[in-house]
Design a protein around this ligand. Structure first.
Ligand code: UD1
Ligand code: CA
Length: 455
């Protein structure tokens, strides 16, 4: 058999009118990740050449996916026109076949795509069919008396008198086209239909008429092939994805309590042996190590949580590194660049931004640490504020190992509090406090006799 080389072509130029959103449909998010990224996740392990047809919101799509190869379809005249527009670019990759996939199918898996490539053999055109519970909006598959594929007819163009009763078998929008034979047929597509568009699906009828080999790969009620056209479909798909991810983690040994209330994004890694309580959301590139415990009501994005850390309830964490044995919360806010070293403790109503909290150091209550380095074992009293911003620039605060910052202290950066130094409660510290010294900067207490009125 001659060698085959398949190039993938993602159709993503459409507006997604039924989403009623100014955002291009393929950038709508599921579990906080754009729809198109899911399609790439399925394609990347299988294909070295992937082209994407963009049009509506093209610049936005290019910005979200730098480094991808795009073909611009300036006017969106239909899915067939999208393939025509990209055809030369596909040929230029040296492909023998093109796998065309609608960009609005985020649940698709490499396994589903393999079913198509395996079944296609050396035919000319193969596509995937499904029999979903609500087939209303899909293109309908028409077969002849011998159950051979005859055509795909869009719902809008379907005429029972001509096409017979619909069987419920519909087109999933994923096709494998042989370049040799399909190029000529692409040129023959017409737009005389209810939408006035050039349909890629019309290739089927043209191929059958020319006596070419057309295969419909039946995939039953395979949810992974559903298309997203409306907010309701997006939410359905998002729920399905959420379940798929959570169930898979449980099967691999992650203890997830109340799993219906847990949302974990596709880019998150959670090791077996981690424990997660209900109502948690974990997104982005977060990682949760074995032995980490997450209480309820946490929202975590792009954080690394090490083994043995305990994230209590109600925390908001983004771009933070949490090392072994650290305790966070309840009610802490970790912002990008927060690094909590081993066994550190950040408690309620503490905000940490671009700051390192050293090994075993504690900020247990009501504190803002911004652009700060806190040494190992330091104790930051309740109500400590690092004043890192003068209205124009940001400055750093350094707090040495073993230092003790008394409650209700303002540290006006740039400022350094030395190793084993102490700051008296209620101070406004504007000058460095050297190692092993105490700094107190507050009004002196005076005692005077009260004048009481006595009757
Ligand atoms: C399409 C199929 C239908 C199938 C369904 C599966 C056609 C004519 N119909 O219908 O048979 O059952 O998918 O989900 O193909 N696009 C472009 N350029 C365009 C128009 C669309 O790139 O000019 C892209 C869209 O961005 C989208 C994809 O093609 O990602 C499919 O377009 P859409 O309008 O969603 O087609 P459906 O009506 O769902
Ligand atoms: Ca669609």
């Amino acid at each position: 058999m001659p060698e085959t080389k398949i190039t993938a072509l993602v159709l993503a130029a459409g507006k997604g009118t039924r989403m009623h959103s100014p955002r291009p449909k393929v950038l709508q998010t599921l579990l906080r990740e754009p729809m198109l990224r899911y399609v790439y996740r399925a394609l990347d392990p299988m294909f070295s050449d992937i082209l994407t047809v963009i049009g509506h919101g093209a610049e936005e799509v290019e910005t979200v996916f730098p480094g991808r190869s795009f073909v611009v379809q300036a006017e969106q005249l239909g899915t067939g026109h999208a393939v025509q527009t990209a055809w030369d670019a596909v040929k230029a990759t040296g492909a023998t076949h093109c796998l065309v996939i609608n960009g609005d199918t985020p649940l698709v898996t490499p396994e589903a795509l393999s079913r198509l490539t395996d079944a296609a053999g050396d035919g000319d055109l193969a596509f995937m069919t499904i029999t979903p519970k609500s087939p209303a909006g899909f293109g309908r598959v028409v077969r002849d008396e011998d159950r051979r594929i005859a055509a795909i007819v869009e719902a809008k163009d379907y005429d029972i008198a001509v096409h017979g009763h619909a069987t419920g078998e519909v087109n999933a929008g994923i096709y494998l086209l042989r370049l040799d034979t399909m190029g000529a047929l692409l040129d023959r597509l017409e737009n005389r239909n209810a939408s006035g568009e050039f349909y890629v699906t019309d290739l089927v009828e043209l191929a059958v008429a020319d006596g070419l080999t057309v295969t419909g790969v039946q995939c039953g009620d395979d949810l992974s092939l559903m298309g997203i056209n409306s907010p309701r479909e997006l939410i359905q798909a998002e729920n399905a994805l959420r379940r798929r991810i959570v169930e898979d983690l449980i099967d691999r040994g992650v203890l997830i309590h109340n799993p219906d209330t847990v949302i974990i994004g596709p880019g998150v890694t959670v090791e077996p042996g981690a424990e997660i309580f209900g109502h948690c959301e974990i997104y982005g590139e977060s990682s949760v190590a074995a032995g980490a415990r997450l209480g309820s009501y946490n929202q975590i994005t792009d954080c690394a949580l090490a083994s043995g850390c305990l994230v209590k309830e109600f925390n908001h964490m983004e771009g933070a590194v949490v090392e072994e044995g650290v305790q966070v919360g309840p009610y802490a806010r970790l912002r990008p660049g927060a690094v909590l070293r081993r066994a550190a403790k950040v408690g309620n109503f503490v905000e940490v931004k671009k700051s390192v909290v050293g090994e075993g150091a504690k900020a247990s209550h009501l504190t803002y640490l911004g652009d700060t380095e806190v040494g190992a074992g330091a104790n930051i009293g309740a109500g400590t504020i690092t004043c890192n911003y003068d209205g124009k620039n940001k400055f750093r605060t350094v707090i040495g190992e073993g230092a003790f910052i008394g409650s209700n202290t303002a540290l006006v950066a740039p400022v350094t509090v030395g190793r084993d130094a102490l700051v008296g409660a209620g101070s406004t510290i504007t000058k460095d406090v050297p190692d092993e010294c105490a700094g107190i900067a507050r009004g002196k207490q005076v005692i005077i006799k009260r004048r009481l009125k006595r009757s």
